[in-house]
Design a protein around this ligand. Structure first.
Ligand code: C2E
Ligand code: MG
Ligand code: MG
Ligand code: MG
Length: 288
């Protein structure tokens, strides 16, 4: 049906296809142009340490600046990229930009872990390891400063292959996060089998804090038992942050602290914490 036709060009359009299938084909054609013409960029959302309030990382989020439609949100075009096979090209572009940004920040004295979303199809792509390795080498990026975010759907039904791929990425030094944690159908009893560093608690559980905090509490308890870094997504309210602090959640992202912005806006809005203050420490009385 629409999916198969989506792999080809608009030539394969058939009348029985829906308007939405046609608009997906149009999107595909426009996405190929967007990739070729540099309309794709990456914005970064701060990831913040709950206890100290310091920025410890940034999530790379892809953006498409369409010349007529304006900013097209990733929820609209990521699935089209998955269906038409463009996702690996798009994913590689985002990863390369994110690694280069990590290196630029490190050079400016800002050691941030940059997280990058991987779609399921990209994760199971045979060339993934070599491609990531090539990107790390080209950019000179420290793999320990890159965290790959996968969704629970990746953990479904591919047990041995998935564990092998995750272990290979781990051996390269990369960190692994499960994104939107709690929304999928992963068998929680087997979660400990996967070499995962971080669980990102889906924003629906943060939103639920006002009326159903017990579920969120259960998820936090489970993360703590697994010994992984816990990150809360979609934190919009001060009282949500208070709850996270009270319950020992390590890090958070959300509009309360700030949205995803281009890298230059990131540095303007959140300047690098005064290096002068850090340098001043050794000259304080009683030291040196
Ligand atoms: P995600 O990875 O779970 O990213 C979090 C999304 O929540 C982002 O939406 C972010 O802008 C939004 N967000 C952040 N803070 C808040 C908040 O306080 N409240 C609310 N309501 N939303 C918040 P965005 O950038 O539109 O991305 C949507 C999804 O598209 C991402 O969800 C991710 O699954 C996918 N995506 C984005 N960039 C990429 C990419 O480079 N590759 C792949 N494969 N997927 C991507
Ligand atoms: Mg994510
Ligand atoms: Mg998420
Ligand atoms: Mg998501």
């Amino acid at each position: 049906g629409a999916k198969a036709a989506g792999r080809g060009s608009a030539m394969r359009f058939r009348p029985e296809m829906t308007a939405s299938a046609q608009s997906r084909l149009e999107l595909e054609v426009e996405l190929r142009r967007a990739l070729a013409q540099g309309q794709i960029s990456v914005h970064y959302q701060p990831r913040v340490d709950v206890a100290s309030g310091r920025i410890v990382g940034a999530e790379a989020l892809v953006r498409w600046h369409h010349p007529e439609r304006g900013m097209v949100p990733p929820d609209v075009f990521i699935s089209v990229c998955e269906d038409c096979g463009l996702i690996c090209e798009l994913g590689a572009l985002v990863l390369e930009k994110a690694c280069a940004q990590q290196v630029a920040w490190a050079a400016a004295g800002r050691e941030l872990t940059v997280s990058v979303n991987l779609s399921p199809r990209q994760f199971f792509h045979a060339g993934l390891i070599d491609e990531i390795d090539a990107i790390l080498k080209r950019t000179g990026c420290d793999p320990r400063r890159i965290e790959l975010e996968i969704t629970e759907s990746v953990l479904l039904g591919h047990d041995d292959r998935t564990v092998a791929a995750l272990e290979a990425l781990g051996r390269m030094g990369l960190r692994i996060a499960i994104d939107d944690f709690g929304t999928g159908y992963s068998n929680l009893a087997y979660l400990h089998r996967y070499p995962v560093d971080t669980l990102k608690i889906d924003r629906s559980f943060i939103r639920a804090l006002s009326d159903r905090p017990a579920i969120t509490e259960m998820i936090v308890t489970m993360c703590r038992m697994l010994g992984v870094t816990m990150v809360a997504e979609g934190v919009e309210l001060a009282r949500q942050l208070d709850w996270l602090r009270d319950h020992g959640v390590h890090e958070y992202q959300g509009w309360l602290f700030g949205p995803a912005v281009p890298p230059d806006a990131f540095d303007k809005r959140w300047p690098i914490p005064a290096l002068t203050a850090a340098c001043a420490v050794p000259t304080a009385p009683g030291t040196v």
